[in-house]
Design a protein. Structure first.
Length: 557
């Protein structure tokens, strides 16, 4: 069943009225950076609408600013869209495909008196534009004849002028309350090599102009944009009207962009993080980029589920990061095997069994569905490793795991009772001594047998060495401003456990394999990290439950 929202209501009305015979959408990224989770919402929306209405979606790169665009970004964007599960068949386009036609349309605007060549510098243009409360001022060149403007435009095209000397502007209304309608620039001089057209052009169309005309050229029916483009819609309509573009023209519909807590959705800020060395590249698993989310271990279905759950709205708001994390848990929980791993190990010796003691145990990968995906063999040995947090010399109130004189149950194995421990010179526990106890003797406050907490473990000698990267929120504040990137970063956004040990069944784990480390979270084998022949690197995708509650990212434990 299709989810209902205001965009689908508009489309239903358009189809019912005969305004359009079908639905054609587009995803139009600028190739000036890596896509992030906010773009995933737009991808799912545009491709999902076309799929549900049996239409099609174009992938079009709005590549009108060669100074900031790179083929690397083009390739990464295509990979991201495919990874999310969408395709575009043979409908891959670029605004640069239309440079010739866009130029011809610009000449038509000049010839009909709707555009003129302006000699103001970029600084003067900003000054003449006015403010939100004060109208702009006409350019001294606004009365220039179409013949003179056309000649100058062609000389701009020929490369006779330097950058900033002249621009082509639309002739609309410098007193308009909509600042986008105050004679906006259509073309500017930019002598930079383009990633597709090389140096064949020295003037480039502005985004607003190229965007709407490209939509019209491609026969897009519904141009789905985020809310910041709502005030640009009158300008888009103006361009197509003055170009006398045939009907039906694209209908623009705006929706609220995604603002996700504890991260940033600004390409400029993300670029600062990358270039400033505050993160390890565009695919650093702490970032919200699609490359980072993929490398961290999120699945395409979890991202699609997240986008479906948050829906589309007409008003900007902030989405709690827990929505994304919950989507990941709900997606991974029924799909990945449960295994045991110890990230911060401490040795535990069972003193009342002989040297060489081994007990073989068949344990299911899915405890609640023991027949699903089979079992693996675990080996309980005299010396095992447990999580350091599972032992306390002086247990805090409410601590129910292992401590001197107390018992705990080893997952899938037997009960052990702590008989002693050893520490180093700094008082750090280095060894826990226990006895195997087939029958528990722990009692509760009423003197009745109590059920000790279950702790996970791995055999000391048979376990697999690994590196665990425990990722958390990138920023320590829910809504970072980006003004002080280093100061707002969460210092615990990455904790590396290079002494982690895994159960033997994980020796054959391959890149992209995902598991639930019992009691610790969901992890994936990092496809890029780790040395050949060395320990595998596991990225924590998400914890088993939300550990951040309340304002300011404070942890309750």
């Amino acid at each position: 069943m299709r989810p209902k929202n205001f965009i689908r209501t508009f489309i239903d009305e358009d189809l019912a009225s005969g305004r359009y015979a079908g639905v054609a959408t587009r995803f139009p990224p600028e190739p000036n950076g890596y896509l992030h989770i906010g773009h995933a919402k737009s991808i799912c929306l545009n491709f999902g609408l076309a799929r549900d209405y049996e239409g099609h979606t174009n992938l079009r790169f709005d590549d009108t600013n060669p100074a900031k665009e790179e083929t690397e970004y083009v390739d990464s964007i295509q990979e991201d869209v495919r990874w999310l599960g969408f395709g575009w068949d043979d409908r891959l386009y670029y605004a640069s495909d239309y440079f010739g036609r866009l130029y011809e349309c610009a000449e038509r605007l000049i010839e009909t008196g709707w555009a003129y060549i302006c000699d103001l510098s970029p600084e003067q243009l900003r000054e003449y534009r006015g403010t939100l409360t004060e109208p702009g001022r006409d350019s001294p060149n606004r009365g220039r004849s179409p013949e003179e403007s056309l000649e100058l435009f062609r000389r701009m095209r020929a490369g006779e002028f330097a950058e900033g000397d002249r621009s082509l502007r639309a002739k609309i209304d410098m007193a308009s309350p909509n600042i986008n309608m105050r004679d906006p620039a259509i073309y500017r001089i930019k002598k930079a090599e383009h990633h597709r057209t090389g140096d064949s052009w020295v003037i480039y169309p502005m985004y607003d102009y190229a965007h709407c005309v490209s939509d019209a050229i491609e026969g897009i029916t519904h141009s789905i944009c985020t809310l910041e483009f709502e005030d640009h819609r009158p300008l888009y309509d103006w361009f197509l009207e003055k170009l006398d573009w045939p009907q039906p023209r694209p209908r623009q519909i705006e929706f609220a962009r995604l603002n996700l807590e504890y991260t940033l959705m600004s390409k400029r800020r993300l670029l600062q993080l990358v270039k400033g060395g505050l993160v390890d590249g565009w695919d650093d698993p702490r970032l919200p980029t699609m490359a980072a989310i993929r490398r961290r271990g999120f699945t395409p279905s979890s991202v699609r589920l997240f986008c479906e759950r948050i829906g589309v709205a007409k008003k900007d708001s902030w989405i709690e990061l827990e929505w994304l994390e919950k989507a990941a848990r709900d997606d991974l929980n029924p799909a990945v095997k449960r295994v045991m791993a110890v990230l911060d190990p401490v040795r535990l010796v069972i003193d009342n069994v002989p040297d060489g003691f081994e007990r073989k145990i068949e344990a299911p990968f899915f405890p609640d569905e023991p027949d699903r995906m089979g079992t693996r063999e675990l080996t309980l040995t005299k010396e095992i490793l447990i999580e350091r947090d599972d032992f306390m010399v002086e247990p805090a109130p409410g601590f129910l795991r292992l401590s001197p004189g107390r018992e705990a149950r080893l997952r899938w194995a037997a009960f052990v009772r702590c008989t002693g421990h050893e520490t180093d010179a700094d008082g750090r526990v280095t060894l826990v001594r226990c006895e195997l106890n087939e029958q528990p003797v722990t009692v509760d406050a009423k003197g009745k047998p109590a059920r000790p907490n279950i702790i996970h473990w791995v055999p000391a000698e048979l376990s697999v060495p690994a590196v665990a990267r425990v990722y958390d929120r990138l920023f320590k504040v829910p809504r970072p401003t980006g003004e002080d990137l280093a100061g707002e970063l969460n210092p615990d956004s990455l904790v590396v456990r290079d002494g982690a040990r895994l159960e033997p069944s994980l020796a054959s784990a391959a890149p992209w394999d995902r598991f639930q480390f019992e009691r610790l979270g969901y992890f994936m084998v990092d496809p890029k990290a780790g040395e050949p022949g060395g320990p595998k690197v596991f990225n924590r995708i998400v914890a088993l439950k939300d550990g951040w509650k309340g304002a300011g990212g404070r942890r309750p434990r």
